[in-house]
Design a protein. Structure first.
Lengths: 285, 476
């Protein structure tokens, strides 16, 4: 299912649990793992910017060199050593590399260079690094969190094509032996219907949206999936359901967000969920 | 700012934001130029308040380099006919400027020959008993080195030393409390140490420069400064260390690998070279002269600093290339702007007007005024450069002393200068925080958590020192 997994680790945020989870999933899916350690340029630039005026450009450049050298040493001696410990134990093939640059840009470059089936990463809200890749990549993204429940919470809605989410959810629930709970959310704050191609319709009445939702539920029930229809805000309902179910993983699809002025997105659901949710998330893009 | 940006101190703005903030800063100045003059304030005083607010915006947001804001402040005063050009530029004749130049040259020589690294390793090797004592060793070594060289340089020096020790100990970034405490000890040790002498932070010479320009002048020697500030250092250093121990209880017991790594680094550093010995001797002589002969009846601060620098040239331990590489001239320009801002605020009566406007509502209880100044300084230094915070608050603090009984200009200046050293909460607060954050060993949340508690504790320390030691015991 996930033949090639990319595991990006930022110099700004490292968690051993991520490697442990990667090893577990790679063993289950018989995947190859590419581990990349990214020396976050935003942090280094911030250090340089703050020192500007207080220290000379030579001193700032020297500090930058020192930081990069120490980061490389940290990657080699700690992060990659941990990876060896987790992966070799399970006979998982993996490659490691160090990059300097901006988190999202480095990942995008790497995914352009090679085809990956999954990006597995950690998340921390209070970081300098930018998680814009959530919206810019169409590869499934797994955001690992510390909480470990016994089920999968799968979220479908009027705002997503709902093609991949059921398929991936069923496969994962079987493979990982986790109970599957699915929700179909009729988002009343954004009353459109997204079609199979990801295109948003014009505004629809609540009745129509509920009707479409019920149709989807009937389909899923035929497949013997435990599913509920809920009305409300997609973000709030997802968070509330997660608190009630305490899942191991939340799977969410390619929501087509409402656009604001000049076509800019005004709802960044994925980032909001990653920030607010204490459970692992899988964005099936 | 949202919560996220408060933690990491970043402003998520587009590339046009810099231009927008520059326009806002100038708009504020224009508004102050054109609005009717309030009662009790002169036209020039009103314009100076506008310049102060413009400087505050530019120093907080930093759409242009700090030093360029300093230059802008200097040219805008003659342009708006507030202060004549000859008076504005005469601030560069201050001996504090030449003290800064001399101190940077000496620190440059220390850095060039790696003497600072040797001193740091020597200090650290005395604290290898337990992990807790080791973190105290890091903190006190940083503080002591910050007595003789700029604090940011000390943070940059300690980053590779401490990271290589942590790596040797296989300490995982973010997950180990020992890693967090070690790195935070570097950041906070440098900040606290920078308070102790006039060399640690450029805000200290700025403070004595502004005091010496008062009428009558208040002259503070190198030794005077140490007498005033060292108690704050000696109380806050262990206090903040204890706070770190409680905030992040250390999980390891063995320090053997750290010991081994320090020994390796000492061996790598080799024997002390002749040039290092010369630099060390000149450094000791200069400090000795500063302590004993920096008062006005002897040589003054700048003469001794420049004497030390010239000795370094004569002994060929430093050359002009090194000076060009290692003296941050931007800080001198920033200093010039800050001091003219202070003089302008005082001369136009703007400071007195601001104080009257502020304390008409707050009241004039001197204890209340002291705590308000401390809190304001600590808050401001956490969101902007500490020299900028001092430049903005010092003229107001000095004006307070003319209006409120029991508060002298020296007292309010010391409160502001010392308070500005406690930039603990945000990554953007001081380069030392940013340098140590880049190690990846602590999060912005960790910094905020430890910094918030430490800041509260240090506010109380300054308040206690101000009331008991400075006001009551030293009667300053």
């Amino acid at each position: 299912m996930f033949k090639d997994i990319l595991v990006p680790i930022s110099s700004e945020y490292y968690s051993k649990e991520l490697l442990e989870k990667t090893a577990f999933l790679a063993q289950k899916f018989k995947s190859r793992v590419n581990l990349i350690y990214i020396i976050e340029e935003k942090v280094i630039n911030q250090t340089g910017k703050l020192s500007n005026g207080y220290r000379t450009s030579d001193e700032i450049a020297q500090t930058k060199k020192d930081i990069i050298r120490e980061q490389k040493l940290t990657a080699d001696s700690i992060v990659f050593e941990d990876a060896k410990y987790f992966f070799k134990k399970r006979n998982i093939a993996f490659k490691e590399k160090i990059f300097e640059g901006e988190f999202s840009s480095v990942i995008k470059r790497e995914t352009n260079r090679k085809e990956y089936n999954l990006i597995l990463m950690g998340f921390e809200k209070e970081c300098f690094l930018n998680y814009r890749l959530f919206d810019e990549l169409d590869i499934p993204m797994w955001i690992q969190s510390k909480n470990e429940g016994n089920s999968i919470l799968s979220i479908c809605s009027n705002l997503a094509p709902n093609q991949k989410v059921p398929e991936v959810s069923i496969k994962l629930s079987k493979l990982l032996n986790l109970e599957l709970n699915m929700l179909y959310v009729v988002d009343v704050e954004d009353s459109v219907q997204v079609d199979k191609n990801g295109k948003r319709s014009d505004k629809k009445s609540e009745r129509d949206l509920l009707f479409n939702g019920q149709k989807f539920i009937d389909e899923m029930e035929k497949k013997e999936i435990n599913i509920k229809l809920v009305k409300g805000s997609l973000e709030k309902i997802t968070l509330k359901a997660a608190e009630e179910i305490n899942p191991n993983l939340i799977i969410i699809g390619r929501e087509q967000k409402k656009k604001g002025m000049l076509g800019l997105p005004i709802k960044n659901l994925k980032k909001k969920l990653a920030e607010k949710c204490k459970y692992s998330l899988l964005f099936v893009n | 700012m949202n919560k996220n940006s408060i933690f990491n101190g970043k402003f998520k703005l587009s590339k046009y934001s810099n231009i927008i903030f520059i326009i806002i800063a100038f708009l504020i100045l224009a508004i102050f130029y054109f609005i009717p003059t309030p009662e009790g304030l002169t036209q020039n005083g009103k314009v100076m308040i506008g310049i102060l607010l413009m400087a505050a915006i530019l120093w907080i947001i930093e759409p242009i380099p700090l030093a360029v804001t300093g230059l802008l402040i200097m040219i805008i005063q003659p342009i708006m006919h507030v202060i004549p050009p000859n008076e504005v530029f005469s601030s560069f004749g201050s001996q504090a400027i030449f003290f800064l130049v001399g101190a940077f040259i000496i620190a440059g020589a220390v850095e060039k020959h790696g003497l600072h690294r040797r001193i740091a390793l020597r200090f650290l090797s005395h604290f290898e008993k337990t992990p807790r004592i080791f973190t105290f060793g890091i903190m006190s070594s940083c503080a002591i080195l910050s007595f003789v060289m700029p604090a940011h340089g000390v943070a940059a020096l300690f980053l590779p030393i401490v990271v290589s020790i942590l790596i040797a100990m296989k300490i995982t970034p973010r997950q180990s409390n020992f890693g967090k405490v070690s790195m935070l000890c570097v950041a906070y040790g440098c900040s606290i140490g920078s308070i102790g002498t006039l060399i640690g932070g450029a805000r200290n010479p700025l403070t004595i420069g502004l005091l010496s320009d008062l009428n009558p002048p208040i002259n503070v020697t190198f030794f005077d400064w140490m007498i005033y500030s060292m108690p704050v250092v000696f109380i806050s250093l262990p206090l903040v260390w204890v706070i770190l121990q409680f905030s992040f209880p250390i999980e390891i017991n063995d320090i053997y690998e750290a010991k081994k790594e320090i020994n390796n680094q000492v061996i790598k550093a080799g024997k002390m070279s002749n040039k290092e010995t010369i630099v060390l001797s000149i450094l000791i002589i200069t400090i000795f002269l500063w302590i004993l002969f920096s008062s006005h009846q002897y040589f003054g601060l700048a003469v001794i600093a420049l004497l030390g620098s010239i000795l370094l040239f004569i002994t060929k331990t430093i050359n002009w290339n090194d000076v060009e590489k290692r003296v941050p001239w931007g800080i001198i320009l920033l200093y010039g702007g800050a001091i003219t801002l202070g003089i302008g605020i005082q001369k136009t009566g703007a400071g007195t007007w601001i104080v009257n406007a502020l304390f008409n509502t707050v009241g004039i209880n001197p204890f209340l005024v002291v705590i308000v100044i401390i809190i304001l300084t600590v808050l401001l230094t956490n969101i902007m450069s500490n020299i900028g915070a001092v430049a903005i608050l010092l003229p107001i603090g000095i004006a307070i002393s003319t209006e409120i009984e029991f508060i002298s200009p020296l007292l309010s200046a010391m409160i502001i200068a010392v308070g500005a050293g406690f930039a603990f909460m945000l990554v953007i607060a001081t380069p030392g925080n940013a340098i140590t954050y880049s190690s990846g060993y602590f999060s912005t949340k960790d910094l905020f958590k430890a910094g918030f508690i430490s800041n509260i504790a240090c506010i109380l320390v300054i308040f206690f020192i101000a009331i008991v030691y400075w006001m009551w015991f030293l009667e300053i």
